[in-house]
Write a protein that binds this ligand. Structure first.
Ligand SMILES: [Zn+2]
Length: 258
């Protein structure tokens, strides 16, 4: 048994280097979210700051989010899907992103295909077309080893789509990853360690209030709006504190160090 445990960089985020948005600003920007809310939780401050600098910010939401309350009679799947689209559009509008820049791939929540799944190829093709149309200079992806399988599958899908693109004459986008479920210490793996990953913080203090306002708009996830499913999902107060900081933590592989 390997007794060497790597400490997660998320244990002491206050020690991570703090950068201002000017250090990363490029346009266009793409934020890819496995579920409708991850873009705001993980990157809401970055989205607001980049938008305010005039960067064109696009959002691609991979799954439909319909499994957050699978037993609700008041919000059956179709109604929940459309609610989650509306919540995302409202939240992104708050952060300066127009509805026309927010796209929904609509893959099934909790079943986003991994690279071993037969439907992976079709999803990758859809992402490839989207990436070619947007031509992002920066892409924010969920952390590749997030405890949630949909998050890992989303990373795999976009990486596979990028691998199909020709970057011989244009620069490949900078890929920046954001942790979500690693913030929950009961789920956290030991993979987020400083030996393989460059971790840093983005200073978002000037837009923190705006980010909190945007998060509150995901009412299906942060309130008891859907109160007829005892198994229904709700973001805990504990989890939300990690996304109420005046900074956001981002991860990049050392090999990609800029
Ligand atoms: Zn998620």
């Amino acid at each position: 048994m390997n007794s060497v445990q790597k400490n997660s960089v998320l244990e002491n985020p206050d020690r991570l280097p703090l950068h201002s948005v000017e250090a990363i600003a490029k346009s266009p920007v793409l934020v890819v979210a496995p579920h409708p809310d991850d873009e705001c939780l993980g990157c809401g401050g970055a989205i607001a700051l980049l938008s305010s600098l005039g960067c064109r910010v696009y959002i691609l939401v991979i799954s439909d989010g319909a499994m957050s309350h699978p037993n609700s009679q008041k919000y059956p799947a179709a109604k929940l899907r459309s609610l989650r689209i509306q919540e995302t559009q409202s939240a992104m509008a708050t952060l300066g992103v127009e509805a026309s820049q927010v796209s929904f791939l609509g893959l099934p929540d909790s079943a986003v295909p991994m690279s071993t799944n037969p439907s992976f190829g079709a999803a990758v093709s859809a992402c490839q077309k989207y990436l070619e149309a947007i031509a992002p200079q920066i892409i924010f992806l969920p952390w590749r080893q997030d405890p949630h399988a949909d998050h890992r599958a989303t990373w795999q899908m976009i990486q596979a789509a990028l691998a199909l693109q020709d970057f011989s004459t244009v620069a490949a986008p900078r890929v920046i990853e954001y942790p979500i479920w690693d913030w929950d210490t009961t789920q956290r793996g030991n993979q987020v360690n400083s030996e393989v990953t460059k971790a840093w913080r983005l200073d978002i203090h000037s837009v923190l209030e705006l980010k909190q306002k945007a998060i509150a708009l995901y009412r299906s996830q942060v309130t008891n709006l859907i109160d007829d499913d005892p198994q229904g999902f709700r973001l805990s107060a504990d989890m939300l504190t990690h996304f109420a900081q005046p900074w956001e933590v981002f991860l990049e592989e050392s090999a990609l160090e800029k």
